[in-house]
Design a protein around this ligand. Structure first.
Ligand SMILES: *Cc1c(COP(=O)(O)O)cnc(C)c1O
Length: 404
């Protein structure tokens, strides 16, 4: 076993060597511009892009023509929300989303709010799930878009997307889904789930960074968007700019591998995750699972260790790459807004660690991680006066702390 161990696969994943191999020729001898219509270099690039479109579309049960390539899921989320709002402005000015969305959706919705759009941020239950009835009740005759994520990037909770899709269809409201964490890990079918727009990205599924896609439904209904970027009219006018052919080829290969290997791989990852959870929770007291016990991504484990600062714990296990709170907010001292939305108290939110298992993790790494986490938590608790007091039966809430 080699150190350090990478167990932060919700942040990004390593590129699969098979993906890299597929990409390499498109940096050198096959360097053509896919929009060059007049020579073989262009045709070769276009063919490669078409092939990738098919591989990607197949994984999500879409038509290849319904994919718009972007720089990643952040851009896809921006294009979906801003593009729909601008296109359908006369129809209405209300959108519905949830309080545990990725920052790419939350911050885009807030930017739209500043421009006069009405946004409903739906709450979630204590497992992190959106209630479809809340979606139904939030819809008004001014609602033009619902945006709810498939699986959460911190706690892994999987939302009832099919039910929400059904409600959206019934009410004639467009439905966008940020499926970045779910695609390639759990089955995704845009038809069955009633999704009209869907964001996802290559680097979370063992593809390269810098390329993503927005699925845009072409019929029943035909979704139209105002582009964020104007220019040469690439991607049916929805996203101008020369296509990054090598990245797109890698994205296609990554999707093909997920399609072929997902069933077996997910089971293997789920077993390792369950062992990690059981190994840690059976050795330590006062460890709490954040998220849903079963409706959860197979590679996700989010735990709070009472009386331990998440950041301190990470420093104690430096040879294992993990995340405390959200990777995206770990530069600040704010506890995770996702955990707060679940009703997790500030102390336990600060005590949370996210484990993200992926394709290249091994059972040996899991055993090593269990031992090191248990050791580090025990060590930190030994040094904690609060933990000592709690063990002695003192009710910490009743203690009068002196102000300084
Ligand atoms: C990673 C992630 C994004 C951002 O994807 P990029 O391709 O890095 O822009 C958006 N949404 C979710 C749920 C994610 O996990």
């Amino acid at each position: 076993m080699k150190l350090p161990i990478y167990m932060d696969n919700h942040s990004t994943t390593p590129c699969d060597p098979r993906v890299l191999e597929a990409m390499l020729p498109y940096f050198t001898e096959k360097f053509g511009n896919a929009a060059s219509r007049n020579h073989s270099f262009g045709w070769e690039a276009e063919e490669a892009v078409d092939q990738a479109r098919k591989q990607i579309a197949r994984l999500i049960h879409a038509d290849p023509k319904e994919l718009v390539f972007t720089s990643g899921a952040t851009e896809s989320d921006n294009l979906a929300l801003k593009g729909v709002v601008e296109m359908y402005r006369e129809k209405g000015d209300h959108i519905i989303t949830s309080s545990t969305e990725h920052r790419a959706v939350i911050d885009t919705a807030k930017a739209l709010e500043k421009k006069g759009v009405n946004v409903t941020f739906l709450p979630v239950d204590k497992t992190g799930m959106v209630n479809p009835d809340d979606v139904r009740q939030a819809i008004t005759d001014k609602t033009i878009l619902i945006s709810i994520m498939l699986a959460n990037n911190e706690i892994g909770t999987i939302n009832p997307i099919k039910e929400i899709g059904k409600i959206a269809k019934e009410k004639g409201v467009l439905f966008h889904c940020d499926a970045t964490q779910g695609v390639g890990k759990i089955p995704v079918d845009v038809q069955e789930m009633g999704i009209d727009l869907m964001s996802f990205t290559a680097h979370k599924i063992y593809g390269p960074k810098g390329v993503g896609a927005l699925y845009v439904r072409r019929k029943a209904p035909r979704v139209r968007l105002v582009p964020l970027i104007d220019g040469g009219g690439h991607e049916r006018g929805m996203r101008s700019g020369t296509l990054p052919v090598p990245l797109i080829v890698g994205f296609g290969k990554a999707c093909e591998l997920c399609e072929q290997e997902m069933a077996v791989e997910s089971e293997r990852i789920r077993r390792m995750r369950d062992r990690l959870q059981e190994g840690i929770m059976s050795a330590l007291e006062e460890v709490y699972l954040n998220g849903h016990p079963t409706e959860r991504l197979p590679g996700n484990l989010n735990l709070s260790f009472a009386f331990v600062e998440g950041e301190a714990l990470l420093m104690g296990v430096k040879e294992i790459a993990l995340s405390s709170g959200s990777a995206c907010t770990s530069a600040t001292l704010e506890p995770s807004y996702v955990l707060r939305a679940l009703g997790v108290g500030s102390d336990l939110a600060h005590s949370s660690i996210r484990f993200g298992l992926g394709r290249f993790n091994t059972e040996e790494e899991v055993e090593y991680t269990i031992n090191r986490i248990v050791q580090a938590v025990e060590h930190l608790r030994e040094m904690s006066p609060l933990y000592e007091m709690a063990k002695e039966g003192i009710d910490l809430k009743s203690v009068q702390w002196a102000a300084h």
